[in-house]
Design a protein around this ligand. Structure first.
Ligand SMILES: [Mn+2]
Length: 178
C-alpha cells in the first residue's frame, strides 16, 4: 500500500513503519519518506530489502542531472531492481519488477507536494526540485520500504536537500537506540 490513511493499526515487533511526510516553508513543500523497524533493529531480510532500495536511490542521485527526464531516472531503478530480483528470491510466480515497485521514482516538488508538471517528458533543468523515492513492496512478506529525499537539480548534477536526515540502516538503528 502506497499511502495508508487510517493510521490506527497496532504495530508489532518485527514489523516496519513507513512514514511519508513533509513540512511547508514559505508556501513551498517538502516530501520525505523514511521506513524503520518498530523494535529498532532491522531483521536480516528487512535489511536486505532496505539496502536494495537505498542503493536504487543512490544510483538515481548519482545520475540525476539536466537533460534527463524523470522517466530516465525511473528506468535506472527498474534496471537495478531487475539485476537484484534473483538474489532477493523475488523472481517467482511469474512476477517481475513492476509487481514489487509500481510507482515512479520522482515527481516535481514546489508550491504543491506533487507540483503540476508534465514531468515524465520534461527535461530536467538547473533549479528544479524533484523527489527521489524508490520503493519495494513485498506483500507476501509484509515488507514495504520507501526512502524519499528531495533534490535540487544543478548545472552538473544535484544537491541532496535531505542529506541531514538519518537514512542508512546504521543511522536509523543508532537514532532508535537513543
Ligand atoms: Mn513523494
Amino acid at each position: 500500500m502506497l499511502h495508508y490513511g487510517s493510521n490506527n493499526q497496532v504495530v508489532h515487533v518485527g514489523e516496519m513503519v513507513l512514514i511519508d511526510l513533509g513540512s511547508a516553508e514559505g508556501n513551498y513543500a517538502a516530501d520525505i519518506s523514511r521506513t524503520f523497524p518498530i523494535n529498532g533493529k532491522f531483521s536480516p531480510r528487512q535489511k536486505e530489502i532496505y539496502n536494495t532500495v537505498l542503493e536504487a536511490q543512490r544510483i538515481v542521485m548519482e545520475n540525476a542531472k539536466p537533460g534527463l527526464t524523470t522517466r530516465d531516472l525511473n528506468q535506472l531503478v527498474i534496471d537495478y531492481y531487475e539485476s537484484r530480483l534473483d538474489d532477493l528470491g523475488l523472481r517467482k510466480d511469474g512476477k517481475g519488477v513492476r509487481d514489487y515497485y509500481y510507482h515512479n521514482v520522482s515527481h516535481s516538488l514546489g508550491l504543491d507536494t506533487h507540483d503540476i508538471c508534465n514531468e515524465k517528458e520534461r527535461l530536467l533543468k538547473p533549479g528544479m526540485v524533484i523527489t527521489v523515492e524508490p520503493g519495494m513492496y513485498i506483500e507476501e512478506e509484509g515488507i514495504g520500504v520507501r526512502i524519499e529525499n528531495d533534490i535540487l537539480i544543478t548545472e552538473n548534477g544535484m544537491v541532496d536537500l535531505s542529506a541531514d536526515i538519518p537514512k542508512t540502516v546504521e543511522e536509523i538503528e543508532s537514532v532508535m537506540a537513543k
